[in-house]
Design a protein around this ligand. Structure first.
Ligand code: NAD
Length: 266
């Protein structure tokens, strides 16, 4: 079967797991060639196995988004193989816990380095690759925590809010080159990162119960599947979003639409 992404090339970071993997599976399923960047080579191999036989294909590239030289080498390979890319998706990210006084500076730097610096480094090589194919689109994966914070995620929340600034800056800088730049802001999504957090805060309960409890905090009553975030990413990358740039799209099951203060009988 052919798909709407036939002949198109995408660069996706965090491609080995969770939301990034969901984006790879969706785009490859619709015919794209996806260069998938992840620091975890084994995870990339798993994804390659999962998408074998799909209309498109995954080209794995083991790299950390914190390593500009390695990303430049990946970009050079893309230029040699494909001329450039039509889409860039930055999904690589990490979560660390602490308030401003309990997060040590090294941890703060690590979070900003991966979550913000990683997107910056990727777009730094991604924009010329988009230009080389006459334009395209970028999506950064931010978070509902760009708008509203839990307790004890100071560095993470700061990093996710910073990504929205980066989206606006890049949207303005590159609009005239036919490059659109947007963010998706997910609520809780069932990924290895969420499962890791659920284990950490389970207090002996099954992690499944913690995930279900977090799900109930969303008006839709559950956490998202990676595919549901990938669908929003694909929309923003597609021609259906041709007049959307500099925007942030909440994909949060209503999480940030509600107030925690319910009526007494609620
Ligand atoms: N899961 C959620 O509930 C949720 C909600 C909102 C936003 N997000 C964001 O979505 C993005 C993806 O999250 P996820 O839940 O899929 O995470 P995940 O941990 O399940 O997967 C992230 C992937 O990124 C890779 N990665 C991490 N650091 C990297 C680096 N320096 N270089 C290259 N690859 C690296 C990991 O190896 C992993 O394969 C993150 O930016 C996260 O902040 C997640």
């Amino acid at each position: 079967m052919t798909g709407s992404w036939d002949g198109r090339v995408a660069l996706v970071t965090g491609a080995g797991a969770g939301i990034g993997r969901g984006v790879v599976e969706l785009l490859v399923g619709r015919g794209a060639v996806v260069v998938g960047v992840d620091r975890d080579g084994g995870a990339l191999q798993d994804v390659a196995g999962a998408v074998a036989g799909a209309p498109g294909r995954l080209e794995p590239a083991v790299a950390s988004v914190t390593d500009p030289a390695r990303l430049a080498a990946v970009a050079e390979e893309i230029r040699a193989g494909h001329g450039g890319v039509d889409a860039v998706v930055c999904a690589a990210g990490i979560q660390r816990y602490g308030s401003v006084d309990t997060t040590d500076p090294t941890t703060y730097a690590e979070v900003m380095d991966v979550n913000v610096g990683g997107a910056f480094n990727t777009c730094r090589v991604g924009v010329p690759l988009l230009r080389a194919r006459g334009g395209g689109a970028v999506v950064l994966v931010s978070s509902a925590q760009a708008y509203a914070s839990q307790r004890a995620v100071a560095a993470y929340t700061a990093s996710k809010a910073a990504l929205l600034g980066l989206v606006r800056a890049m949207a303005v800088d590159h609009a005239r080159e036919g490059i659109r730049v947007n963010a998706v802001c997910p609520g809780s999504v069932d990924t290895p990162m969420l499962r890791w957090a659920a284990e950490r805060f389970s207090g002996g309960r099954p992690a499944e119960d913690v995930v279900a409890e977090w799900g109930r905090a969303h008006p839709l009553g559950r956490v998202a599947r990676p595919r549901e975030i990938a669908e929003a990413v694909e929309f923003l990358l597609s021609e259906r979003a041709s007049f959307i740039t500099g925007a942030d799209l909440k994909v949060d099951g209503g999480l940030t639409a509600g107030l925690a203060a319910a009526l007494p009988k609620d």
